[in-house]
Each structure stands twice: as C-alpha cells, then as structure tokens.
Design a binder for this molecule. Structure first.
Ligand code: KG4
Ligand code: ZN
Length: 401
C-alpha cells in the first residue's frame, strides 16, 4: 500500500464525514507539521439532510443512513472534479475485488452499483490517504462512511485514517483563515476546548498536541439538544439552534424588560460538569403555566433561554481556564455558530483573560463538514496512525479522553 507523503512535505487527504445529517467529502492539501501547518481546500462537497429530517423534528437515523448512501458517490465526483483530480479512464476491476466491494456495501442498497460504476470510469486520483469519521455519532450513519472509505481504500490502494469527529471540531476551531488557505500555527499550550454540539457538551484539555484529558461534561442533555428541544416547544423547526438565536436576537432588538427568568443549572458547582435537562424542563413548565404565549413572549423566552445557556457555558469555561492554566481557549461544535455565545466569549475573554488566546471557528467550519476531518486526518496520517481495515468500525460513543 502506498503510504506517506511525497517529498516528505505535502499530503493530499480525501476526507469523508457521515456522522449525523450532513454528507460531506473534502480534498485538502496539507503541508508542515504539528507546530505549523498550512491547508488548502482543493475540493469540498456537502449535502445537508436538514430539510429531510425537519418533518421528524430531529435526525432520523435510518433515513440519514439511506441519504448518505445515495449522496456519497455524487459528492465524491463533485469534490474530485473541483480539485481537478477527476480524470475519465477505464479501470478494470478484478472479479474478486468486485465481490469484496459488493459484500462490503451490501447493507447500503444501490451504493455498490453506483460505486463500481464510478470507479470503473475514473482514474485513481492523486491523493495520499483517506480520512473518515469513525465516531462519535449515529452508528448506522457512521458505518456508511466507513464502508465507503474501506471500499475506496481497496480499489485505490490508499491507506485509511480513522478520525474522531470531536478532534475535527477542535482542530477546525484552531485553524485561522488566510487568503487562500488555512493555518494551524502558534498554538499556545495547554489548549482548553469547549465542545458544544447536538450530542456533546464537554470541556477537554489538550496539554500536549493531540492528547486529551476530560475536564467536565454534561450529566444529561447536550446544549445543542436543549436548543433543539426548546425550539420545538416554541413551535420552531429543526434544527432549533439557529431559530432560537434568531428569536433571541429579535428580542434583544426590542429592548424591553424580559418578563421571564430561567435557572442557570450547576453554574456554581465548582466542577466542569454541566446540566441542561433542568433548563429545558424549566421552559416546559413555563409554557405549561402560560399556554397562550404570543410571538413576542416566545421571543422573550428564547432570549432568556439563550442567555442562561451562554452564562453557564461561559462560567464553566472561565473556571476551567483558571483551574487548568490554559493559554488557548477554543470553542467547537455546531452551537459555536451561535452569535450571542460568540459575543459573550469574545467580550469576557478580553475583559478577564486578555493573555489567553480565544479561537472560534469561522462560521462555515462550525457545523459538521469534511474539511475538519481532513485536518485531523493529516495529523494522524503524519503520525502514521493508519487504520486496519479488518478491525476499523463505527463507534457511536468514541471519546477523546
Ligand atoms: O456539530 P453539529 O453540526 O452536529 C453534531 O455533531 O451534533 O451541531 C449541531 C447542533 C444542533 O443542535 C444545532 O441546533 C446547533 O448545533 N446549532 C446551534 C446554532 N447552529 C447550530 N445552536 C445554537 N445557535 C446556533 N446558531
Ligand atoms: Zn459535530
């Protein structure tokens, strides 16, 4: 198998992300090392399933899996074309290989046919490794990406790197945008990461590059889950985060006194642990006691809920900065797209810890994408941490620490 990088310096990674409701493939060229790396996005394809899951008010795993299977080949083709790595050519595929692929993809109806057709008509692209999200996430969804990566590895003879989705979120938060590429350099250690998404709420410490310690995590709901559930109670569509944010911003612009008060669970617990179930339940009771809330009142509730979530996230992060002596604070995961949370962290960090560098991903890298998987894939491939195809599996609960 072809392993490693050309000229000891540059590496092209093809990355696949299917952990939740986005099907994404990116091709990224990387140079440098763990101290200083530069990434150029050559191709980036993404299909969001949000509209499909909206009907169910959340992500429906069987549907996510089916959509990933349907979308992977077209996205691969589009990403390769954008990267100018797509060349028509007739490839003969040995019968034995063909059978292996059919078997590997047998649980994804239609995928092996589309896959074999595409492979037999295009040249092996000039890439060095295939990175794929192995977890955490929805297992049926993760498996589609993993089996697809295995199939590509077999026909193209390229190594596979298994990536932890949360490491992708951390690294994309550390990345700084240049004019034509993105950089990860001058990272002051230790790095404290606040990871906030639909499935996760945790504080993780990176004392050494790519090695993690858990500082604290939610004892019940993830913060993104609370945003989604509260949105639903207010009659807003999935995903709820952006909707709550929109309502809350409108309430702020009204500049009225907010008549509602919600709790800030565990804010002074002195630990890095969180709880968001109580906050969600408080909204539920508030709505039970006020069944006829109008649009304006709903905006006030969204506003107070967002303030409560931001207050808790900030206080816990500030405590952890003090306790760990972190020199860099990063916020990653879908909820870090939230305007108010970004504002709170930007203002308070300047005020309280001006010496600590705050890094928040650029908006297009906050929610799930494959570029972040390529970033993690690059570092793991540089360490030659390649996966064994026989044992590589999806792990819905894969943890960093
Ligand atoms: O990281 P992500 O795209 O997927 C997971 O790995 O879970 O995060 C999705 C979560 C959803 O709960 C969504 O409501 C939330 O991120 N989210 C937001 C915002 N945009 C997305 N939450 C609050 N404010 C936003 N602007
Ligand atoms: Zn995510």
């Amino acid at each position: 198998m072809e392993i490693g990088r050309r000229n000891g310096a540059e590496m092209k990674i093809l990355a696949i992300e299917t952990s939740c409701d986005e099907t994404a493939i990116a091709i990224v060229e990387a140079t440098g090392d763990e101290k200083s790396a530069e990434f150029t996005i050559l191709g980036n394809g993404l299909i969001s399933q949000i509209a499909i899951h909206q009907e169910y008010g959340g992500v429906f795993p069987a549907l996510a899996k089916r959509e990933h299977a349907k979308n992977l080949v077209p996205i691969l083709e589009a990403a390769l074309a954008e990267a100018e790595l797509l060349r028509e050519d007739t490839q003969s595929i040995a019968n034995e290989t063909r059978e292996d692929i059919v078997k590997l993809l047998e649980r994804e109806p239609g995928l092996s046919d589309a896959f074999l057709e595409f492979i037999s008509e295009s040249e092996i692209p000039d890439i060095d490794a295939i990175a794929v999200t192995a977890g955490p996430g929805l297992e049926p969804a993760l498996w589609v990406g993993i089996n697809f990566a295995k199939a590509l590895s077999i026909v193209w003879n390229k190594p596979v790197v298994a990536v932890n989705h949360m490491e992708g979120h951390i690294l994309s938060a550390l990345a700084e945008k240049g004019r034509e590429s993105i950089f990860i350099k001058d990272v002051a250690m230790p790095v404290l990461a606040l990871l906030i998404s639909g499935g996760h709420t945790e504080l993780v410490l990176m004392k050494e590059w790519l090695s993690y310690e858990l500082v604290g995590q939610t004892r019940d709901d993830a913060v993104g889950e609370a945003f989604d559930k509260v949105a639903r109670m207010l009659g807003l569509p999935y995903p709820g985060g952006p909707e709550i944010s929109r309502f809350a911003e409108e309430a702020r612009a009204m500049n009225e006194t907010n008549p509602y008060a919600l709790p800030r669970p565990m804010i002074d617990s002195g630990t890095g642990d969180f709880s968001f179930a109580g906050l969600k339940t408080a909204v539920l009771y508030l709505l039970k006691n006020n069944p006829n809330v109008d649009e304006t009142q709903k905006k006030h509730i969204a506003h107070e809920f967002e303030n409560a979530a931001a207050d808790v996230l900030w206080k816990k992060s500030a405590d952890a900065v003090e306790q760990t002596g972190a020199q860099t604070l990063v916020i990653g995961g879908g909820v870090s797209a939230n305007k108010h949370i970004r504002r709170v962290f930007e203002t308070k960090m300047k005020e309280k810890y001006p010496e600590v560098s705050l890094r928040i991903p650029s908006p297009e890298l906050t929610t799930d994408n494959a570029v972040m998987i390529a970033l993690a894939g690059f570092y793991r491939a540089s360490r030659k941490e390649f996966a064994n195809l026989e044992t590589l599996k999806a792990d819905g609960n894969l943890s960093l620490a």
